[in-house]
Design a protein around this ligand. Structure first.
Ligand SMILES: NC(=O)C1=CN([C@@H]2O[C@H](COP(=O)(O)OP(=O)(O)OC[C@H]3O[C@@H](n4cnc5c(N)ncnc54)[C@H](O)[C@@H]3O)[C@@H](O)[C@H]2O)C=CC1
Ligand SMILES: CC(C)CC(=O)C(=O)O
Ligand SMILES: [Mg+2]
Length: 366
C-alpha cells in the first residue's frame, strides 16, 4: 500500500517521540512492502516562531494532502505569555476543529511487563482493559465567549444535541465490539450541558439494546478509576473531563508515556497523538518514553489504513522490549534497565526485524 502521512512533531519531546514513531513506521514499510510518504510540517510553538501562527496554512495543506496525521506534542514555557491566538496549544485545538476530529479514542490496557509500575494492586491492575472516548471539538476549550480582563476570566461551556449524539454513538459502536458496557461520565447534578448529555445518552441507548449503560458523576468516576478501574469497559465523556480523566488513568499502565490516542472523524481520517504533552522538564535529554507515540502510529495503521497485522506487530514489539526488561526513566521503579529514547526505539525496531509476526495476537488494542 502507498500512504501519505503528515508528520507534525511540535515542541519539547514532540520531535523525539515522533522521530521514534517514524523509525518504527519505516521498519514496517520495509518489512511489509508498503510505501509511507512522510510530509513534515510545523505546529505549535515551533510554528509560532517560524510563521507567527500555531497552525500555518502550509501545515493544513500538508495534512489535507495526506491520508493521516501523526502528531507529537505542543507547548512550553517559552510561549506561556503569548496571547491566546499565539499559544502553541491553540494550534492543536485548531487542527482538531479544522478536520472535525470529534472522537478522541484513548485505549487503556494492562501491560503485563509494567504491573509493578502501576500504583494499583497487581491483581487489580492486570485486569484493566478500557477505552476512554472523549469528545474533542467542543465544550469548554472551544466555547465563546472566552475572554480575560484584569479582574475576571471567562470561559463558556456549550454542547449541542448533535455534538453529544455523534460521540455517544461512537462509544456505543466501540462497546459493541468489546464487552458491551458504556459508562457515561458527566456532572449532571450541576451542569446544564451534562443534563442534556445524560438525556441524549438515554435517548440513544434505545438504538443499542445490546449495550449496558450506566451514568456516573465525574468526581466519583475519578475516584473509581484509581480504586477499581475494572468496572469500566467504554467510558464516554465531554472534552475537559476526558482530558483530565485520561491523564489520571494513564498511570494505571505505569506511565503517561505509555498511552496512545486516535482523534478521528466518521470517515476514518484521523490524527494520531500520544496522550502526554511536550514534557519540557525532560525535553532534549533523550529520556522521553516513545511508547505512546509508537503505539499511536500503530493505531493509525489499524484505524486509518486497515493494517491490522502491522499494527499488532508494533504493539507486540513494544511489549516484548518491555518484557525483556528495557524501559525509559519514567518507568524506572519497575526494576528494569533504564535506556534512552533512542536505545528504546532501536530495541523496538530490532524486535520488529527479528520476530515473525505471531498468528496468535498476544497483545492488541481495541
Ligand atoms: N497533546 C499535547 O500537545 C499536549 C500539550 N500539553 C502541553 O505540554 C506542556 C507541558 O505540560 P505538562 O502539564 O507538563 O504535561 P506533560 O504531559 O507534558 O508532562 C507531565 C509529566 O509527565 C512526564 N511525561 C510526559 N510525557 C512523557 C514521556 N513520553 N516520557 C516520559 N515522561 C513523560 C513529564 O516529564 C512531566 O513530568 C504544556 O505547555 C501543555 O500545555 C499538555 C498536554 C497535552
Ligand atoms: C491543548 C490541550 C487540550 C491538550 C491536551 O491536554 C490533550 O488533548 O490531552
Ligand atoms: Mg491532556
Amino acid at each position: 500500500m502507498k500512504k501519505t502521512i503528515a508528520v507534525l512533531p511540535g515542541d519539547g519531546i514532540g520531535p523525539e517521540v515522533t522521530d521514534a514513531a517514524v523509525q518504527v513506521l519505516q521498519s514496517i514499510a520495509m518489512r511489509y512492502g508498503h510505501t509511507f510518504h512522510l510530509k513534515h510540517a510545523l505546529i505549535g510553538g515551533s510554528a509560532v516562531d517560524a510563521h507567527n501562527n500555531p497552525l500555518p496554512d502550509e501545515t493544513i495543506a500538508a495534512c489535507e494532502a495526506s491520508d493521516a496525521i501523526l502528531l507529537g506534542a505542543v507547548g512550553g514555557s517559552k510561549w506561556d505569555q503569548n496571547p491566546g491566538h499565539l499559544r502553541p496549544e491553540k494550534g492543536l485545538l485548531n487542527i482538531r476543529k479544522h478536520f472535525d476530529l470529534f472522537a478522541n479514542i484513548r485505549p487503556l490496557k494492562a501491560i503485563p511487563a509494567l504491573l509493578g509500575s502501576s500504583p494499583l494492586k497487581e491483581e487489580v491492575a492486570k485486569e484493566v482493559d478500557m477505552v476512554i472516548v472523549r469528545e474533542l471539538t467542543s465544550g469548554l476549550y472551544f466555547g465563546e465567549p472566552k475572554r480575560r480582563t484584569e479582574k475576571a476570566g471567562v470561559d463558556t461551556l456549550v454542547y449541542t444535541r448533535d455534538e453529544i449524539e455523534r460521540i455517544v454513538d461512537q462509544a456505543f459502536e466501540i462497546a459493541r465490539g468489546r464487552r458491551g458496557k458504556v459508562t457515561s461520565v458527566d456532572k449532571a447534578n450541576v451542569l446544564e450541558t451534562s443534563k442534556l448529555w445524560r438525556e441524549v445518552v438515554e435517548e440513544r441507548k434505545a438504538f443499542y439494546p445490546d449495550v449496558e449503560v450506566e451514568h456516573m458523576l465525574v468526581d466519583s468516576a475519578a475516584m473509581k478509576l484509581i480504586t477499581d478501574p475494572r468496572a469500566f469497559d467504554v467510558m464516554v465523556t465531554e472534552n475537559m473531563f476526558g482530558d483530565i480523566l485520561s491523564d489520571e488513568a494513564s498511570v494505571i499502565t505505569g506511565s503517561l508515556g505509555m498511552l496512545p490516542s486516535a482523534s478521528v472523524r466518521s470517515d476514518g481520517f484521523g490524527l494520531y497523538e500520544p496522550v502526554h504533552g511536550s514534557a519540557p522538564d525532560i525535553a532534549g535529554q533523550n529520556k522521553a518514553n516513545p511508547s505512546a507515540a509508537i503505539l499511536s502510529a500503530a493505531m493509525m495503521l489499524r484505524y486509518s489504513f486497515g493494517m491490522h497485522t502491522e499494527a499488532a506487530a508494533i504493539e507486540e514489539a513494544v511489549m516484548s522490549v518491555l518484557e525483556d526488561g528495557y524501559c525509559t526513566g519514567d518507568l524506572s521503579d519497575a526494576g528494569k534497565q533504564v535506556v534512552s529514547t533512542e536505545r528504546f526505539v532501536t530495541k523496538v525496531v530490532e524486535e520488529l526485524e527479528r520476530e515473525l509476526v505471531s498468528e496468535h495476537i498476544m497483545y492488541s488494542y481495541v
